[in-house]
Design a protein. Structure first.
Length: 230
């Protein structure tokens, strides 16, 4: 197994190489702490690497472009993407052709599963990403933080819109003029960076799913009477 790591941190390199060496019969490892797109492409092409592990903290600029170039020139190359935080960049990385990804803070067992899945020729998508993957490839993360950006009135509008009501019905229910409702919807879109109607509809679906998940009634412990109680 010929592997190339684009990772700057020695401890991370040591940990991953130790893990990988236990999973393959022969491991030939090359570590690149830095390098531009052309240098990495030339290195991968010349050495015929099987696996490329890209740490986004080590290679912050144009990581997706690098992945696309590598997959275009070396389609069989397996790529594992190490991310620092959830973002839409992860979806772009999958579209570009990565085989798997994991969070820098994931457990050793989780990282092992990622490598095993990728080495078996399969695609690994973390559960944390799957549950946030909404229609048309939109990823909405940190939903509480997004909702905190909105005013109480905007949240009230959002709750009505997510129920599938038309704008006229929502305006009547909230006792506001249609133009005022349109203004609230526009401000919601601006605050949440929803640039199209499709983005807004996808967010409504994500918001509704999040509401369902966080509105489950908690089970109350059965009440007990203390000794001597009548």
């Amino acid at each position: 197994m010929r592997s190339l790591f684009l990772i700057k941190e020695p401890l991370l390199v040591e940990g991953l190489s130790t893990l990988l060496s236990k999973m393959v019969d022969e491991l030939s490892l090359k570590v690149a702490e830095d390098g531009n797109e052309d240098e990495i492409l030339q290195l991968v092409s010349e050495k015929n690497f099987d696996l490329f592990v890209l740490d986004t903290v080590s290679y912050k600029e144009q990581a997706i472009d690098l992945i696309q170039v590598l997959k275009n020139h070396v389609p069989q190359l397996k790529i594992i993407f190490i991310y620092e935080r959830l973002s839409r960049e992860i979806l772009s990385a999958y579209r570009a052709g990565i085989s798997g990804t994991f969070f820098r803070g994931d457990s050793l067992d989780t990282i092992k599963i990622v490598f095993q899945t990728v080495l078996n020729g399969e695609i690994y998508v973390p559960h944390t990403i799957i549950i946030n993957l909404i229609c048309e490839g939109h990823l909405f993360f940190d939903m509480p933080d997004l909702i905190n950006l909105l005013s109480e009135k905007e949240i009230a509008v959002l709750k009505q819109l997510r129920r599938g009501k038309r704008m006229k019905e929502v305006a009547q229910h909230l006792s506001m003029a249609p133009s005022t409702l349109s203004t609230h919807k526009l401000r919601i879109a601006q605050k949440l960076n929803l640039v199209s109607d499709s983005d807004f509809d996808s967010f409504l679906i994500a918001y509704e799913n999040w509401q369902k998940t966080n509105s489950q009634p908690s089970k109350k412990a059965p009440s007990t009477k203390s000794e001597g109680a009548s």
